[in-house]
Design a protein around this ligand. Structure first.
Ligand code: 2AM
Ligand code: CA
Ligand code: CA
Ligand code: CA
Length: 271
């Protein structure tokens, strides 16, 4: 079976695994701070995905949020980038509104991406050059929109942050309104399916956007960092995603704000 087909089966199986596992008790631990949670189910799902990939493709490499592939520093060969549960806080508090996200890169080039909205059982997927899909339905290209008539995904945490909050506040004021689903992968999938027009994050990790970037690109959208620079798939960065028009409009808020640019360079370094 081909990688893309295998990946779609795998992510659906991971969804079945999570839905069954979450009926039993699971342990919740704090990672870096009391609001940064991880559960047994995150770890078990990552192990499930990791083992299944290596069983089929022993020479592929895998990076996962919960500890796999921490030594990987190059993009040679087939690289799977996995977030077993994106939206762990939603998983813990709501038992819904979380996703599995899997992106596949070959020699550093986007190959295919899958995002499973686990409790709604909706699979967003795309292979480079072949369009993006929600289940079996091909997604239309995202429509160009102006910020003033747009819904954009922004997490309030960025709006209240020192140094960068003022810039995010301007975006929030100028947008028609904001949404935040608590899962970056679902924010990107929702941008691809056009129910929101863009999504902005000051800091994400590769597993948060590896799949979403590919799916959005295949739906005609753009993803860069907030300064309009290309994202390195091995590094954490800020993310600006949207239809081409709003992507261009939103970039100006960040690029033209010296204080923001300085804070961004401090957090993420020079490109
Ligand atoms: P996670 O649930 O896989 O940890 C909203 O919380 C989004 O931001 C989710 O996609 C979440 O991924 C991610 N996220 C959580 N904590 C984060 C952190 N400290 N830095 C960057 N992204 C984070
Ligand atoms: Ca996490
Ligand atoms: Ca994540
Ligand atoms: Ca996660």
């Amino acid at each position: 079976m081909e990688i893309y087909e295998f990946g779609k089966h795998l992510i659906n199986d991971a969804g079945v695994f999570i839905r069954k596992r979450m009926l039993q008790d699971f342990k919740v631990d704090a990672k870096l701070n009391p609001n940064d949670l991880v559960t047994d189910v995150d770890h078990e799902t990552e192990a499930f995905i990791y083992e299944r990939i290596l069983e089929r493709y022993p020479d592929h490499r895998i990076i996962g949020e919960e500890g796999h592939g921490t030594d990987i520093e190059d993009t040679e060969g087939v690289l799977w980038i996995v977030d077993p549960i994106d939206g762990t806080l939603n998983f813990v508090h709501q038992l819904q509104n979380f996703a599995v996200s899997i992106g596949v890169y070959i020699d550093g080039e986007p190959y295919c991406g899958m995002i499973l909205d686990v409790m709604n059982d909706n699979l967003f997927h795309a292979r480079a050059g072949e369009g993006a899909y929600k289940n079996d339905v091909r997604l239309k290209h995202v429509a160009d929109t102006k910020l003033a008539q747009s819904l954009v995904c922004v997490n309030a945490n960025w709006v209240v942050k020192d140094h960068i909050g003022q810039t995010f506040t301007k975006v929030v004021k100028d947008a028609r309104s904001t949404r935040s689903y608590g899962s970056a992968a679902l924010d990107l999938a929702n941008t691809a399916q056009g129910i929101v027009n863009g999504a902005l994050f000051f800091r994400l990790h590769p597993w948060d956007y590896a799949a979403g970037m590919i799916i959005l690109a295949e739906a005609g959208g753009l993803t860069t960092n907030l300064l309009g620079e290309e994202i390195d798939i091995l590094k954490k960065d800020s993310v600006l995603a949207g239809n081409p028009s709003i992507h261009k409009e939103l970039q100006q808020y960040f690029i033209n704000d010296d204080k923001f640019v300085r804070s961004h360079r401090k957090a993420h370094g020079e490109k």
